[in-house]
Design a protein around this ligand. Structure first.
Ligand code: AMP
Length: 275
């Protein structure tokens, strides 16, 4: 496994490959959710490149960027055990040349939900992902459904910018109690970690209620109140169309339930199919 630190090292390595390339973009602090993406890429692609870059432009809050978990040594160790061909760990200056003034913005989709609560977040995501696609010329890129809105934004960007990369969506990997794995889970204190399973339980309760014939907005309001009363701060809990992410009032094929809420100062997101 080769460790690439600069854009020019990455370009030279890419040019040396005869076969196809699978890309797994991450911000590091890897867990089993990331590793599932890597394992799938290793099965489907001749070469696998994992990128580790805590992208500053997608953090609307500097304190959040500073406290984001980082564990480079452990990440390298985990990836070396999985048959990854290369890791790209660039410095910020490699990705953002001095004086940079070009960004990628996915309008509409990018301003809903996470976009509304974290202004500039998806512009940062779309810009860095577009750069990684340009740099790597990957044949396939692997993204988790955990960040469902991000996945739809990347798909939209690929269609709109005519990028020659296939986006592969991978299911959410969860802890034993149902909590979606996330690098941010490491920031939860014991009490918050214990409560964190409430998030998936709320989604499943709404799913169950809608299936049982209750109005979606009533079922959603009930769970939202329950979470807020239990010490959570809910940013949103919604039933949405799976590709536009627009809110919908009744179940339909492909409907998705999405949630974002904070517990003990840690903001978590999750989603499930509504059906
Ligand atoms: P991050 O390092 O948080 O930027 O995530 C890198 C990639 O891993 C993204 O495509 C995420 O959606 C994906 N990912 C993160 N957590 C999970 C999980 N629990 N299950 C599946 N994919 C995940």
């Amino acid at each position: 496994m080769i460790i690439l630190k600069t854009v020019s090292e990455l370009r030279i390595w890419r040019d040396s490959l005869a076969d196809n390339l699978g890309l797994v973009p991450t911000m590091g602090s890897l867990h089993a959710g990331h590793l599932a993406l890597v394992e799938r890429a290793a099965v489907e692609c001749e070469n696998v490149l994992v990128t580790i870059f805590v992208n500053p432009t997608q953090f609307n809050n500097p304190a959040d960027f500073d406290s984001y978990p980082r564990d480079k040594e452990q990440d390298i160790k985990l990836l070396s055990e999985l048959g990854v061909n290369a890791i790209f760990i660039p410095d910020e200056a490699e990705i953002y040349p001095a004086g940079e003034c070009t960004t990628v913005s996915v309008s509409g989709l990018g301003s809903l939900w996470e976009g509304a609560h974290r202004p500039g977040h998806f512009e940062g995501v779309a810009t860095v992902v577009a750069k990684l696609f340009n740099l790597t010329n990957a044949d396939r890129a692997y993204f988790g459904e955990k960040d469902y809105q991000q996945l739809q934004i990347v798909r939209r960007m690929v269609i709109d910018l005519l990028l020659p990369v296939e986006i592969v969506a991978c299911p959410i990997v969860r802890a034993h109690d149902g909590l979606a794995l996330s690098s941010r889970n490491a920031l939860l204190d014991d009490r918050s970690r214990e409560m964190a399973k409430d998030l998936i339980h709320s989604l499943e309760r709404v799913q169950h209620d809608i299936k049982a014939g209750r109005a979606a907005d009533t079922a959603i309001a009930e769970q939202q109140t329950k979470l807020n009363d239990g010490g959570w701060e809910v940013d949103y809990l919604a039933l949405v169309d799976d590709s536009t992410l627009c809110p919908i009032s009744a179940m339909r094929p492909g409907a998705r339930l999405i949630i974002a809420a904070s517990i003990g100062g840690v903001r978590l997101i999750d989603n499930i199919w509504a059906e």
